[in-house]
Design a protein around this ligand. Sequence first.
Ligand code: F3S
Length: 644
Amino acid sequence: MGLTVAEKCIQNALVAGDMYQRGSRIGIKAHQTLGHDLNAIMTFLALDQLGIDHVKTELSVQYIDHNMIQADYKNADDHRFLQEMTSKYGVVCARPGSGICHQLHLEHFGVPGKVLIGGDSHTPAQGGLGMFAVGVGGFDAAMAMAGEPLFIKMPFITKVHLTGHLPEKVSAKNIVLEVLRRIDVKGGVGKVLEYAGPGVATLNVAERSTITNMGAETGATTSIFPSDENTKAWMHAYHREEDWIPLSADEDAHYDDVIEIDLSKLEPLIALPSSPGKVVPVREVAGTKIDQVMLGSCTNTALNDVLSLANIFEGRTVSDSVDAALYPSTRTVITESIKRGAFGPLVNAGVRIFEPMCGGCNGCGFAPQTHGVSVRTTPRNFPGRSGTKDDQVYLSAPETAAASAITGVITDPRDLDFPSFHYDLPDSFDEPANLFYKPMKVDEVHYGPNLKPIPHFDKHEEIESGEVLLKLPDNITTDHICPAGALYLPIRSNIPEISKHSFMTIDETFPDRAKKANGGILVAGENYGQGSSREQAAIIPRYLGIKAIIAKDFARLHLANLVNWGVVPLTFENDADYQTIKQGDVLTVHLNEMTADGETTVTNETQKKDFKVTTPISPEDVETVKWGGRLNQMRNRSDAHVIA
Ligand code: F3S
């Protein structure tokens, strides 16, 4: 039987398990890793604690793009720490301001057929180049850098079969919005979304990357495109054609299911507040008054996006009732945009232009006003992520966002009269010098006062009885658990400080109650922990004493983080048990009675009854959790179930 593109990549990196058994546990070794400033502080602290002295990958790259507002010393201290640590460990480090990690990696390092493990949930952006790219938390990124395999469930593979051509004014973002419209924020769990069919050839690498990037919002392990002549042209334009290889699925490759999309039939789509899965045609909400438009992020600020925006804004202005801003993705995109005169129409229209960074996407600048309605080209719109607690964020393609900025209301771009837009990838991009630091000689690494050691967590012998401190609904995001925004991101690696804000958008009393109760248990609905890769969303509940979380189910990436930090994940066997539990009930989890299948009993001491739960993790991961997390386990490596 032939292989899919994803299987060919996995075969290239497989060190444990059977890739022909979908859903079984496999180990893959990264050829490359990627990290950014927000998660990599923990990565380097972990490498330091484990006594690793040099990365063991073909290439590891560190970016500085998330924590860029230097309102005090904290972010600047982190930047210096990362420059020093990367030099010490043999990691390439981008200068702050060189660009957003996913786009910079796409320009300079991504290679078809290889496996990338990245400390960010949108790492699948590299799938646009034909890379098998998986997002993880900072600790798993550290393990990958140390040459350890990443263990995942062998994904099922869904073919997304594209036919036809996108109509005018309907750009590539609408393809992934259509995928989300069909399968929502959980439809990709345990799967790879592999794009195929004649429609693939109509998309350039930046467009493909927008699709694979935002594929993360379906919960998919990753998304991937073949590597073809368009991929070759992209790599040629970035002066690295020698790294290109062709990569496509075999004729007789087996897919587990198929999604058919006729590109010609797509129309402008938009995700409603506050979930990327609430997708409707733009025309259904056209006329909704807006306050803000954010253009850019790691999706939708390649050169083709900026040129398309300039084409729309030419001779027009942003509505007086709207504040609009552009975050270009890299310095190369800025250089090329200036060269082509694209910034002129944007500046004249009143679009504010920020430096290449994540910025408003995760609430680090450009937060909307109170109750503000914001249309964004970002991949994610979870409540409060913009920095404003009661935000109303819509997600769209750049053309919809630009048209809406001009009219002041959500606007289908087909209703605005602007010239046709056509883009040809340049033969060669002019690249600014000095995008990446040269390695420096490090005599001493500087730890700023905000950099605190990783907290120590004890082994689990048994879960003592604990109070249900929060009963949560479906789709709790990592933004709920550990807030984003300019006020909180600089303290994200300072666990004692950031823990004071855990679940602040749901219940501000939670951290104090957890401390007073000396810990407890969380109960949640479906898809607990969806969203970003931030492992602090696992660490801070653990720091506050949460030892177990019982949910209907968990998001993949967050589940891995819970294992790494020694929080016991359990799932309800019966929905009725979730319904019956009340916040404040006292539960006892009988961890040591867990069967080989991961089943055990929980006693509800308050309601005087037992119910069954199962852990969704493998026996090996149960061992890790019992160690109190992977750091403890790795320190006791001779006893540990890890592969060298
Ligand atoms: Fe940055 Fe937002 Fe992308 S935080 S990595 S621009 S999803």
